[in-house]
Design a binder for this molecule. Structure first.
Ligand code: NG1
Ligand code: ZN
Length: 530
């Protein structure tokens, strides 16, 4: 009976009585020393999920992304490389909270019965982790559970989150998506990049600097750059010290740059040189530069989305192919970017609640769905319908053939499973090179409205209930009316408040015509919700 085995193995990973765990937007995430029992239980969920899906391979990624080095976390990856199906987030939460080893075995059986899962069939799991010191011990807790239920697993060691998503999809599509290992990833992306640059005689405008947050993106970018070759990929890599765990995300990384609005101290660059930052597990990317007067300029997820949408739109037009292209954003997208997409690019925009799973889902509605959170997490999805159209079209002129060829290779350049900083980085470099643009020309597409994001401590954030993709509050009762009255007083004013899904706080976002007004509006809305 697996139950005795589960109980015995679980006894080495006891759950403290006073803890309540939740599978949230980013999986389970907390101080690493609390995570051991959760890891064990996630192992059971992963095996069940695989068995439920006819032994498809499920991914387990051990990471806490941009969090401090003392934290860690874990998330599950579904067969096509997507995030775990929401119903299973709830099952994960239930199993992680079983009070005793016996109760855990009983919950495991209950779930198997409820979902009619044959627990004797084979279960397959692939595992990856970031560079955190706590990773190996947590991996052991996970594999103890997999061993207890007889699941097969492959450990891919230290890989980025998007690499693990890629590997899962490769395995489940039997190699159609690419070769299911880290090197296969460099080959697929690297070859697409080479073809889009070399074959078209296109060059990067200048060398650029990438801050890897002293995390797993560093070895991955080194390997990718080496595979591509410095003749067509000139990159200066900074913050790549993964052997000093305390440096992870410290004074560097995409989150640091986005919130501090300044260069990471290690990026010592001249004005007008473009820079990029990854986060701790390399699924977020942002660009930035100091302008000719030394003022910091951010090229965030909104700027990346607009760049990608306009480039793909241009290629589709030149290839004479009718594609329904759309952009998906959240309420945090700068109002200027939304205007630019609608009015200048002439493309539809969908706004969804925060969290990439919502954006990803909405992007599936288009032939080509470009989705990005302002913080730099996003990708481009090509539907099967679009891929077929692009593959099958017979060009009628050399110009059309050229654009069609680029479009075909472009699909391979993009990791469509999930937002991927390295894939997005190559995409941006290709587009800038094809457009002969530096950071300034890119930045000039539109000017961000001044904005301010503040974090407000409240007694109980669960009382804040929203509607309209989190842009309006329905509870507490009078708050939205007060916000509306206030916003009316500001030129180009927009503001909203919502409970954070990852921190115990309410976030207030405000934008307006001038910096002073944006700050004032944010402060006053914060006073209303506090
Ligand atoms: P919350 O804490 O729910 O605002 C934050 C980010 C999201 C997303 C998640 C998951 C902002 C304003 N919010 O969510 O975009 O990245 O974390 O990591 O950046
Ligand atoms: Zn991340």
């Amino acid at each position: 009976m697996p139950h005795e085995k589960i109980i015995e193995a679980s006894s080495k990973h006891p759950k403290p009585a006073d803890r309540k765990f939740t599978y949230g937007t980013a999986g389970f995430r907390m101080k690493a020393d609390l995570l051991d029992p959760v890891m064990f239980r996630v192992g059971l969920v992963a095996a069940l999920r695989s068995q439920k899906l006819n032994s498809a391979t499920i991914g387990v990624m051990i990471t806490a992304s941009h969090n401090v080095p003392a934290d860690n976390g874990v998330k599950l990856v579904d067969p096509m490389g997507e995030m775990l199906e929401p119903a299973w987030e709830v099952y994960s939460t239930t199993l992680s909270n079983a009070a005793t080893d016996e109760e855990l075995a009983a919950e495991y059986q209950k779930l198997a019965d409820q979902l009619k899962i044959d627990t004797t069939r084979s279960a397959k799991v692939v595992i990856g982790r970031d560079t955190r010191e706590s990773g190996p011990a947590l991996l052991k807790a996970l594999t103890d559970a997999l061993d207890a239920v007889g699941a097969e697993y492959e450990d891919h060691g230290i890989v980025t989150t998007p690499q693990l998503h890629y590997i899962v999809r490769c395995i489940n599509t039997h190699g159609l998506y690419g070769n299911p290992h880290e090197n296969g990833y460099y080959e697929k992306l690297g070859d697409a990049y080479k073809q889009l640059m070399k074959a078209h005689g296109v060059k990067q405008p200048t060398k650029f600097t990438v801050d890897c947050a002293n995390g797993v993106g560093a070895p991955a970018l080194h390997k990718l750059a080496e595979y591509i070759g410095s003749d067509i990929f000139q990159v200066e890599i900074v913050n790549d010290q993964i052997n000093e765990p305390s440096k992870l995300n410290f004074q560097c990384g995409a989150d640091f740059v986005k919130t501090q609005q300044r260069l990471p101290p290690a990026s010592k660059v001249e004005n007008m040189v473009r820079c990029a930052s990854l986060d701790g597990d390399a699924d977020r990317l942002i660009y930035y530069y100091n302008d000719d007067k030394g003022n910091f300029r951010l090229l965030d997820g909104d700027k990346i989305a607009t760049l990608a949408a306009s480039f793909i739109g241009g290629l589709a037009k030149d290839a004479n192919i009718d594609l329904n292209i759309g952009v998906v954003q959240t309420a945090y997208a700068n109002g200027s970017s939304t205007d630019y997409i609608k009015k200048i690019l002439g493309l539809p925009v969908i706004c969804t609640p925060t969290g990439v799973k919502h954006l990803h889902h909405a992007a599936l509605a288009f032939d080509v769905g470009v989705y990005f959170e302002a913080n730099g997490h996003g990708t481009v999805l090509f539907s099967n319908n679009a891929i077929e159209k692009i593959q099958e079209l017979e060009p009628e002129s050399p110009g059309q053939a050229e654009s069609l060829k680029k479009l075909r290779i472009f699909i391979d350049l993009i990791n469509q499973t999930v937002g991927d900083a390295l894939s997005d980085l190559l995409m941006v470099e290709v587009i800038l090179a094809h457009k002969h643009w530096g950071p300034k020309e890119w930045d000039n597409n539109y000017t961000d409205l001044p904005n301010r994001l503040v974090r407000v401590e409240v007694t109980d954030r669960t009382v804040f209930k929203t509607t309209d993709a989190e842009r309006r509050l329905i509870e507490p009762a009078t708050v939205q009316k007060k916000i509306d009255e206030l916003v009316l007083k500001y030129s180009k004013g927009r503001a909203f408040a919502r409970a954070s899904g990852t921190e115990d706080a309410v976030r207030v976002y405000a934008e307006a015509a001038t910096r002073g007004e944006a700050e004032e509006l944010a402060r006053l809305v914060a006073e209303i919700v506090a």
